[in-house]
Design a protein around this ligand. Structure first.
Ligand SMILES: [Zn+2]
Length: 252
C-alpha cells in the first residue's frame, strides 16, 4: 500500500527518544493508552490540506484517536493480553502499533503488506497465500478503503482466522452510505469524491453489513461504547471513530 503522511510522521515522532520529549509534554490532563504516558494534552493535528483536529496526536508515541480507541478496545474487550499463545496477522503495519504488539506475551506476530519492505511478509490480502485457520486474530486498520475488491479481502481475512478467532477492522467513515465508482480513477477525482487520492471508495456505516456478508459476526464499537464522556476526553478518543470487532463464528 502507498504509505501515508501519517505513516512517515509516526516514524519521525517515534525516532525521537522519549526522554527528550517527556519533559515538554508530561502532565495530568490526558493519558495515552498506547504508550502509557500521562500528558498535558494531545496536539492538534490534521493531514496537510485538511482542518486540524484538536486533541489528536500523542506527542510521545504519535498515536491518533483511532490508535487509542483500538488499544482501549483491545484492552477492554478482547483476550489479547491474557498471556495465552496466539498467532496474529497485522495488515499494513503501523510502526506505533507494531512496536506494542511485539511486546505482548504469548503473541506470535506476523506483519504483512503488499509493498512495504518493513513488513515481514509480502501479501495481497485479496489472495492470502496461507492456509485456512492460520491466525487467532488480525488487525487491519485503514486498509480496505484502498482495495478495489474489499469484499474479497474480507472473505480472505475470515478464511485465515481460526473458528472463534477475531479481528479488528477500522476504516474511515465519511458518508451515510458507502459510495464507490470504479470509473473514478484520477487522483483529483478520488480526492474529491472519496476524500483521499489513494482511496477507491468512501465508506458509510453499512461497511458493517459487508463484513457480515463475508461471514463475520460483527460488533461496532465507538468511544461511547467503552468510556463515558470524561474518560473519552482523558484518552483522546473521538466519538466519530468506529471499530468493527469481527469474529469468525465457530460453526461455519
Ligand atoms: Zn502515546
Amino acid at each position: 500500500m502507498e504509505k501515508s503522511f501519517n505513516y512517515y510522521l509516526n516514524i519521525a515522532i517515534s525516532s525521537i527518544p522519549e526522554s527528550l520529549k517527556k519533559p515538554f509534554f508530561s502532565g495530568n490532563g490526558r493519558y495515552c493508552p498506547v504508550c502509557g504516558n500521562r500528558l498535558r494534552r494531545f496536539l492538534s493535528y490534521g493531514l496537510p490540506g485538511m482542518p486540524a483536529r484538536p486533541d489528536a496526536l500523542c506527542p510521545i508515541c504519535g498515536s491518533l484517536e483511532r490508535h487509542r480507541l483500538a488499544w482501549s478496545v483491545l484492552e477492554r474487550k478482547t483476550d489479547l493480553f491474557d498471556g495465552a499463545a496466539k498467532k496474529m496477522l497485522h495488515v499494513a503495519p503501523e510502526p506505533i502499533m507494531e512496536r506494542k504488539f511485539r511486546q505482548i506475551a504469548g503473541l506470535e506476530y506476523l506483519s504483512a503488506d503488499i509493498a512495504d519492505p518493513r513488513a515481514m511478509m509480502q501479501m495481497d490480502i485479496t489472495a492470502i497465500s496461507l492456509p485456512d485457520g492460520t491466525f487467532d486474530l488480525f488487525y487491519c486498520s485503514h486498509v480496505l478503503e484502498h482495495i478495489p475488491e474489499d469484499r474479497q479481502a474480507m472473505r480472505e481475512l475470515l478464511r485465515v482466522l481460526k473458528p472463534g478467532g477475531w479481528g479488528v477492522v477500522m476504516v474511515p467513515i465519511g458518508a451515510d452510505r458507502t459510495v464507490e465508482d470504479p470509473s473514478i480513477v484520477s487522483s483529483e477525482e478520488r480526492r474529491r469524491v472519496f476524500g483521499q487520492e489513494d482511496h477507491v471508495r468512501i465508506y458509510g456505516p453499512d461497511v458493517r453489513q459487508r463484513l457480515e456478508e463475508a461471514g463475520f459476526r460483527v460488533e461496532s464499537i465507538t468511544a461511547g461504547g467503552i468510556a463515558g464522556a470524561r474518560e473519552q476526553q482523558w484518552l483522546g478518543i473521538a466519538e466519530n471513530e468506529v471499530l468493527f470487532l469481527c469474529t469468525r463464528p465457530i460453526a461455519q
